[in-house]
Design a protein around this ligand. Sequence first.
Ligand SMILES: C[S@@+](CC[C@H](N)C(=O)[O-])C[C@H]1O[C@@H](n2cnc3c(N)ncnc32)[C@H](O)[C@@H]1O
Length: 354
Amino acid sequence: MYVKPIIDVVGADLSLFAKPAARLLDLPNRPGFEQAMAFFDDYPARGLSDTKSSAFMHCMVRALQPKLFVEIGTYYAGMTEVVARAMLTNGNNGLLLTIDPFGNHRVPEILKSWPHELGKLVSYMPLDSMGFYTEVDTIKSTVDVCFIDGNHLYEYVFYDLNSMAQRMRPGGIVVMDDYSQPGVFWATKHFLDLNPGWREISGVFDDFDPNAPFTSIRPTVPGTGFLVLAAPNTIEIGDGPSVFEYSEYRETAISGYRLNLGPGNVAGRLHALVYLRSFFDDGSLGDPEQLEIVTSTEISGEDGEQSVLFDTPLATNYDRSLTKREVEINLIWAPLDGRTRLGLLQQPDPIMLN
Ligand SMILES: C[S@@+](CC[C@H](N)C(=O)[O-])C[C@H]1O[C@@H](n2cnc3c(N)ncnc32)[C@H](O)[C@@H]1O
């Protein structure tokens, strides 16, 4: 397959257009967009996206400068190439992870046919999204931008979006492809209903007409296939459980956890269910142990660290040298005013004891 030479497609600095996220809507009017339209006209050959979607994606990646970009659904790596070209020009050592359970017989060959500097930005995994979400946790890095373009049935899209939302950095961007497919549109709508801190940046859901459910839907950027979603600037805790997992501890106990509160005064009660699980390095030596504690703590204030300490630490009965531990923290927030969610600047930090 023909691969165009590596050039700076846009030839302009778009990095000022990343913040606030709604400014991304102006990208089609910025210098460089027409060049991107010309470059991606009928290119890459096996890309599924129209020219404007590719041009928008390319310019958006130039604007956002992601360190970690995830694509769910590689197909023939058409959009992968559009994104990789932008990341190469960004020059910030970014990584593009792309997954497709049905692509192993074609994607590695396609990537090999690219110029080396382009292909080395990309890591392809022949996994479906469920397998991938387990795998991506081992990378221990939050995702800056994600493109969800796998199975478009409602249940898959809803799962992909909820799972990716857990792994996005605060303020990160998720792009949903094929907005007009009912599974994509409705899964996104229901996700936004459940997660009020997330926004679709152009307000397409505000003027959705339930009396014309198939004809009143529109994309974020006219002429593209995309719904563009912005993550809240903090990790939001609400009235459903937020789950945080940590692993590979040799320490034997947990005495509590630290919270790093974001801006905006909050007051309410934080309910937590914390598990400490221990596993033998050699599984034949015994079964895992699971200890748990439930706490309910008044929290108030803003911007700063607060600790929640248990009355008694959770401590394993197992031999430290033979076992390692994982911690799972489940949080539910009950605000005094009944609506303000608890915003954290980072995941809760378990306080471990030796
Ligand atoms: C619309 S195509 C992707 C197009 C590609 N992103 C592009 O723009 O050129 C959808 C791809 O998702 C893959 N897919 C199907 N189920 C999936 C799943 N559960 N997880 C990840 N990818 C999946 C399919 O094999 C197919 O190649």
